[in-house]
Design a protein around this ligand. Structure first.
Ligand code: FE
Length: 197
């Protein structure tokens, strides 16, 4: 298991614990790899897109998602089984005309993998991690997302304990679309906040 935060003492402790657990015959290296691989197999932006589409279609669900991300995700079957939840607090943040949200992990690469899939390399890059906090408007413009000057940008710094999901504003031309069609509009970058949706 690799540490979520890149601090070397933590990584070394994790490695040591892993060795002890394996040496005690409680698990095997292959079994640990399988658990991690399973995470990556099932983690997909299609999962996050289902949450966003439901939030767009159902104001009651949207309110529950914004109030308690873990509980709302569990309503759709995410995170409630096979491992006893996420192991972190999921906080959903909603974009509006007045306010745009973007997520970053300034320390390393924390990110809700089960809902967004494996994180892109730029998310882990030093440039993104350092610049998003200092000059979010410029960074978003480089992603092709030019926000009106009056739109406030909120930057959410992830941690091992709290991870964020951006709920993009529903596209104006999506009226009348069924939930599946809505979900197909939602992208990973939209849920990071580097795209409009
Ligand atoms: Fe991190």
């Amino acid at each position: 298991m690799s540490g979520d935060h890149g601090e070397l003492p933590v990584a070394a402790r994790v490695r040591q614990l892993e060795d002890q657990v394996i040496a005690a015959g409680l698990t095997t290296d292959a079994e640990l790899d399988e658990i991690l691989a399973g995470r990556y197999r099932t983690g997909s932006p299609a999962n996050g897109a289902r949450l966003v589409a439901r939030a767009w279609a159902d104001a009651g669900f949207r309110d529950r998602l914004l109030a308690d991300g873990n509980a709302a995700a569990a309503e759709l079957g995410f995170g409630a089984s096979g491992g006893g939840g996420y192991g972190y607090r999921l906080k959903a943040v909603q974009n509006t005309a007045q306010r745009h949200n973007v997520i970053v992990c300034t320390l390393c690469s924390c990110y809700p993998t089960s809902l967004l899939g494996p994180s892109p390399s730029w998310y882990k890059s030093f440039a993104y991690r350092s610049r998003t906090v200092r000059e979010p408007r410029a960074v978003l413009a480089e992603f092709g997302l030019e926000l009106p000057a009056e739109t406030e940008i909120l930057v959410w710094d992830s941690s091992a304990e709290t991870r964020y999901l951006v709920v993009p504003a529903r596209p104006a031309d999506s009226a009348g679309l069924a939930e599946d069609a809505l979900a197909s509009l939602v992208t990973r970058d939209g849920m990071i906040g580097t795209a409009a949706f």
